[in-house]
Design a protein around this ligand. Structure first.
Ligand code: AKG
Ligand code: FE2
Length: 256
């Protein structure tokens, strides 16, 4: 691990999400999560901030590059099969997304003397279409998903990736695929690392439920919006369950 002074060179500027630090902090009295994040935008190239790419360890950038190229292919493939599972053409998401946005976040959760008092990462759904999450080898259980009104632990399996559905896919599929609310808890004497890739449409794309998935039995639940605006809304609000998806919801009072 790099010394803290070196990590500070890559510090996350307030209101941004790239670099080292804690994202989603908006007030002095907000209870902070027990987590150090390091995040980098990867694709399209213009979202990269080269000043935030650490020079040490020597192979860091190359490793991130190789890993991300493979994960990008995986995301494109998963979306192809998700499209087919909905009876749609395999390439619909690829065509719709344009140059897909890809970012990586490494979350480090140090051991926490009072896991009962503080979360590693507050409950949220991801704003992405899909998220690929890798948990450190031999890590303790930290990730939990909210299912049937309960927090359910996601056991780390050796050599397995966790795939989470994000808000964008919920909107596009008009709720057929639902984004998963999740959080991370801490451990009294074990640390934990997760490496998380977010894959989403290009910022200039206009999104809304796909026409093929809307009919009289499945009325349109979400409005059309610009993905860049949604992303801005997402990163300028604290993590709070699936609250960010409210942005896209058609409210009963203006649904007709
Ligand atoms: O550390 C984890 O397992 C959860 C990370 C996560 O949900 C995120 O980075 O969005
Ligand atoms: Fe997440």
């Amino acid at each position: 691990m790099l010394p803290v002074e070196e990590k500070q060179r890559y510090a996350m500027a307030p209101g941004t999400v790239q670099g080292y630090g804690q994202a989603f902090v908006f007030s002095e009295d907000q209870k902070l999560d027990w987590c150090n994040m390091f995040a980098l935008g990867l694709e399209p190239r213009y979202i990269r901030n080269p000043k935030l790419w650490p020079r040490r360890p020597a192979h860091f950038s190359e490793t991130v590059e190789t890993y991300s190229t493979e994960i990008r292919k995986l995301c494109a493939n998963l979306l192809k099969y998700i499209a087919m599972s909905l009876g749609l053409k395999g390439n619909v998401f690829q065509e719709m997304f344009g140059s897909a946005v890809q970012a990586v976040r490494m979350n480090y959760y140090p051991p926490c003397p009072r896991p009962d008092l503080v979360l590693g990462l507050s409950p949220h759904s991801d704003g992405s279409a899909i998220t690929v999450l890798q948990q450190g080898k031999g890590n303790s259980v930290g990730l939990q998903i909210f299912k049937d009104d309960k927090w359910v632990p996601v056991l780390p399996l050796p050599n397995a990736l966790v795939i989470n559905i994000g808000d964008t896919l919920e909107v596009l599929t008009n709720g057929k695929y639902k984004s998963v609310e999740h959080r991370a808890v801490t451990h009294e004497d074990k640390d934990r690392l997760s490496i998380v890739t977010f894959y989403a449409p290009s910022y200039e794309v206009e999104l809304g439920p796909m026409a093929e998935l809307v009919d009289e039995n499945n009325p349109c639940k979400y409005k059309r919006y610009n993905h860049g605006e949604y992303n801005k809304h997402y990163i300028t609000n604290k993590l709070e369950g699936k609250k960010t998806l409210e942005f896209a919801k058609i409210r009963p009072e203006n649904s007709n």
